[in-house]
Design a protein around this ligand. Sequence first.
Ligand SMILES: C[S@@+](CC[C@H](N)C(=O)[O-])C[C@H]1O[C@@H](n2cnc3c(N)ncnc32)[C@H](O)[C@@H]1O
Length: 216
Amino acid sequence: MDQESKQVAQHFHQTAAEFDSIYTGKKGAFSRWLDQHFRQDMYERYRLTLEECGDMEGKSLLDIGCGSGRFAIPLAKKGARRVVGLDFAPQMLNLAGAQAKADGVEGVCEFIQADFIEYDFGEETFDISIAIGLFDYIKDAGPFLSKMRQISKLKTIATFPVKWSYRAPIRKVRLGLKGCPCYFFTISQLQELYQKAGFKPPSIQRIGKIYFVTAT
Ligand SMILES: C[S@@+](CC[C@H](N)C(=O)[O-])C[C@H]1O[C@@H](n2cnc3c(N)ncnc32)[C@H](O)[C@@H]1O
């Protein structure tokens, strides 16, 4: 893993519980209020991703940068045959494993600690692959998208932070101070990246400060 990836992994290892509390709401009333007002797009991307995955019965799913498993687990509960969650932050995976067990889907879910770009999937492919909140931390998105296309049979779903939003510079500085780099994208950049990765023209939807992209 390169130095920058190590910094991202370390950041999410240390902040795993705090990150997960965005979903659980297990935090102070003021923090919950802030989430409800400033993280609406995260809740909307969650709803849209589950909707876009549709009927999971018998399907296989790869969740790249799965974090605490808040997408992998509900999708497993929708009847997926196999769900692989991959992340390089160990504490995120600890949370995901515990939640999968609590929800009775530990037999369907496998959580793997690895850097997506380095991990060898062998011959395995997946019906659907998702990368939610991952590309924010990827300097060179091209090889990631190419690998996603190669291992996905039906659909890929990914989100990207919008370059020209008022919060982009604030976020860059806030995360930078914590030693975590982050990157932003324009629509034309995304169109070019997807084309170069060999996808058909993707559907790009803007939700607040996020682009929600589905492609085959
Ligand atoms: C913002 S979190 C999103 C987690 C989850 N997808 C969600 O939306 O709840 C981003 C996650 O991507 C992981 N990550 C970033 N780059 C990665 C890489 N190259 N390989 C594997 N995981 C990565 C981080 O460790 C972190 O857990």
